[in-house]
Ligand binder design. Structure first.
Ligand SMILES: C[S@@+](CC[C@H](N)C(=O)[O-])C[C@H]1O[C@@H](n2cnc3c(N)ncnc32)[C@H](O)[C@@H]1O
Length: 219
């Protein structure tokens, strides 16, 4: 499990400050990732989206073009400056999306309100990732799906140590921690991993709410 405990009131303030600062250059520095398989990963994962969709940590809206036509989109981000860019991108693409500034650790939606909840490269930046992932489990419908594209700490011991060492620097400079154990965090948040595609440090995860044993569900 990763992420220092924070009070809810302050959970998103550090990422908000960092991403408000990097918003003007985010697309510029993230674009090389597109040519290293980023677009294919986003497309492969997000074509699964169905129905009423929530994207958390939408950033500048780099996923918007990959959602199937016909889904109803809501998206949140803690950074207003990132959302301004997402709004402009949605306009350019002609995609309707309800955008809201909010913290994934305290989502402003009722339980079980979405068929699909998606995120890409978000749980590297959220202050308490398990708390955020638990919120995803709360707002997704019992038969819904959670789609995650995340980079994680390398399994190789030496690289893992290197990423541990570099992580405080990447956090301060751009926002993400590069040594998160997101698969473990998903499980710690009470979600069930149905499918995972592992490619280097990348994980494409399809998760669902853990099914409660019948007796517990009735209680
Ligand atoms: C690395 S960017 C990824 C943006 C986008 N998902 C993408 O794939 O390009 C991480 C995003 O997560 C957002 N974020 C970080 N912590 C958050 C939180 N607690 N609640 C909501 N959004 C958060 C940041 O503001 C930023 O837009």
């Amino acid at each position: 499990m990763q992420g220092a405990p924070r009070t809810r009131a302050h959970a998103g303030s550090a990422p908000r400050r960092i991403y408000d600062r990097v918003a003007p250059i985010y697309d510029w520095y993230d674009t090389p990732m597109d040519f290293l398989g980023g677009r294919a990963r986003r497309r492969r994962l997000l074509r699964r989206a169905r129905g009423n969709v929530l994207e958390v940590g939408m950033g500048t809206g780099r996923n918007l073009e990959f959602y199937p036509e016909g889904v109803r989109m809501t998206a949140i981000d803690v950074s207003g400056r990132m959302l301004e860019r997402a709004r402009r991108r949605a306009g350019r693409l002609g995609r309707r999306v309800r955008l809201q500034q909010a913290d994934v650790e305290a989502l402003p939606f009722p339980d079980a309100s979405f068929d699909t909840v998606a995120a890409s490269c978000v749980f590297c930046s959220v202050a308490d990732p398990v708390a955020g992932l638990r919120e995803l489990g709360r707002v997704v419908r019992p038969d819904g799906q959670v789609l995650l594209l995340e980079h994680v700490r390398p399994r190789n011991a030496l690289l893992g140590k290197l990423f541990d060492w570099l992580s405080p620097l990447t956090r301060r400079a751009f926002g993400p921690e590069i040594n998160r154990r997101t698969e473990e965090n998903v499980l710690a948040a009470g979600l069930r991993i149905e499918q995972v595609r592992r490619e280097g440090i990348w994980r494409e995860i399809v998760a669902r709410r853990e099914r409660l044993p019948e007796a517990a569900a009735r209680a």
